[in-house]
Design a protein around this ligand. Structure first.
Ligand code: UD1
Ligand code: CA
Length: 483
């Protein structure tokens, strides 16, 4: 069924959000990788409105800057004083000009609201030819919400705020979500006629419903199937509840698309993450930002990926990766940290206690243990021994090192950048390599070993070491004299 495109969506986001007790404006708090406001804007965008308007007020510099950066398609309208929801809409219409067609009004703090639910509201609004259609929900505890007052035939008469309600009205369990579809021209006229004659001395948008009904227009309601969707976030307890619900929705979408999520309760996936079929996400994993996990890859346990691409069939365990690319079939961790600019080739390895930054690792190359690779270019089929450090920083600038195809870097080599180890070259274990090693050569850069006989017997007399040495030397002497 087609959905009538709204002429405009107006998102109210000028309120202070005091109960968050935060330096950050409420609508900029994040769940699942996106600000509360941006969840609403995305749902609004999915309806294809001609205009997207956001009413801002409290902390308008920060909210305005955020909008300019993330939603250039939205127009910010400043409501200087928060004189009520009616005043907010009036300000928007005065600034943006009167809008003919359907105007959807919603809030910036309802991250669970789906475009599908808004579409249902718009369909009913159009089908019934209403002047206004309000989205409502039956809730177990309507405390704090406006109540929907209907007549004996079920027709909506008005909305009464809790503070203005009598005990009979307070007993009503149908709440006003604060989300409405309006006829734009009728709204523009009616919102000017809203009074401040109420308990809070505010211009209530809810009064537009009774004004329009008294003018003889049709007023309708659409009851949301799931009340959780229209519940706003007012404090951090509700923020956590919304995050969990949204995360569950994201997990279900991936699972239905063929992704195995071993433990949904300990897995957190941002809305912008893509995961292909037959990938497996193990417990304790968080996938953030623009992360992409390709088919059949294994991610986790206990792994946090941000803006990272994991190739088909790769495995990333107990790792933190930020802005990294893990090639198909590659293996990462356990206990690895891949920082921005790390690109691991097909079937390569960044193993245990390995950190990498701005480094390329070629196909089938292995960095298995206890190494740091910063600003490194590592060719194909390279073996990097344990505890190798790409010494990239001289205290002033960063420099690159290159290790050619088929090279073998011995354990505990320090590669002091800028330096090149040629194709097929070796470095001896424990070397500090600060000059290039030609292809096929071995670079040895360490002091020659010298042994001082019986040093321990003289200088550590009476210790367990000295006793063990004495026994061994006596045994050796006996064998030598016996033979
Ligand atoms: C409002 C509704 C109430 C509904 C509830 C749902 C009115 C009079 N009441 O009450 O029936 O059950 O929402 O959550 O509309 N805002 C502005 N400018 C203002 C005032 C508010 O932008 O001057 C924004 C706020 O940022 C917020 C939204 O409008 O996002 C709702 O405002 P709030 O003060 O929370 O309204 P409620 O009293 O909760
Ligand atoms: Ca509210």
């Amino acid at each position: 069924m087609s959905v009538p495109r709204p002429a405009a969506v107006i998102v109210l986001a000028a309120g202070e959000g005091t109960r968050m007790k935060s330096q950050t404006p409420k609508v900029l708090h994040e769940v699942c990788g996106r600000a509360l406001l941006d969840h609403m804007l995305q749902a609004a965008r999915d309806l294809g409105p001609e205009r997207l308007i956001v009413v801002i007020g409290h902390a308008r510099e920060r909210v305005g800057a955020h909008l300019a950066e993330t939603s250039p398609d939205a127009r910010a309208v400043v409501q200087r004083e928060q004189r009520g929801t009616g005043h907010a809409v009036r300000t928007a219409l005065e600034e943006a000009g009167t809008i003919a067609g359907t105007v959807l009004v919603t809030y910036g703090d309802v991250p669970l609201l789906r475009a599908e639910t808004l579409a249902e509201l718009l369909r009913r609004h159009a089908a019934e030819g209403n002047a206004v259609t309000v989205l409502t929900a039956e809730v177990p505890d309507p405390t704090g919400y406006g109540r929907i007052i209907r007549d004996s035939t079920g027709a909506v008469l008005k909305i009464v705020e809790e503070k203005d309600a009598d005990p009979g009205q307070r007993a009503v369990k149908e709440m006003n979500s604060g989300i409405y579809a309006f006829d734009g021209l009728l709204l523009a006229d009616a919102v000017k006629r809203v009074s401040t004659d109420n308990a809070q001395g505010e211009e209530y948008l809810t009064d537009v419903l009774s004004i329009l009904r008294e003018d003889g227009h049709r007023v309708g309601a659409h009851v949301a199937a799931d009340f959780a969707e229209v519940e706003g976030v007012n404090d951090r307890v509700q923020l956590a509840t919304a995050r969990k619900a949204l995360n569950q929705r994201v997990l279900e979408r991936h699972m239905r698309a063929g992704v195995t999520v071993v433990d949904p309760a300990s897995t957190w996936i941002d809305v912008g993450v893509e995961i292909e079929a037959d990938a497996v996400v193990h417990p304790g994993t968080q996938l953030h930002g623009r992360t992409l996990v390709e088919a059949g890859a294994q991610v986790g346990p206990a792994t946090t990926l941000t803006d990272t691409r994991v190739g088909a069939g790769a495995a990333v365990r107990n790792a933190v990766c930020d802005g990294a690319v893990v090639g198909p079939g590659a293996s990462v961790g356990p206990y690895a940290y891949l920082r921005p600019g790390t690109v691991l080739g097909r079937d390569s390895k960044a193993g245990t206690f390995v950190e990498m930054k701005n480094s390329q690792v070629g196909e089938r190359s292995k960095v298995p243990h206890l190494s740091y690779a910063g600003d490194a270019t590592i060719g194909d089929d390279v073996n990097i021994g344990a505890a190798v450090v790409f010494v990239n920083y001289d205290g002033v600038g960063k420099h690159r090192s290159v290790v050619g195809d088929g090279a073998f870097v011995g354990c505990d080599t320090m590669l002091v950048a800028p330096v090149t180890v040629g194709d097929g070259a070796y470095t001896a274990a424990g070397s500090v390599i600060d000059g290039d090693v030609p292809p096929g050569a071995i670079g040895v850069a360490r002091a020659r070993q010298r042994n001082i006989e019986k040093w321990v017997l003289r200088r550590r007399a009476g210790t367990k070491s000295a006793a063990a040495a004495e026994r061994a030397l006596a045994e050796q002497e006996q064998q030598e004299s016996g033979s």
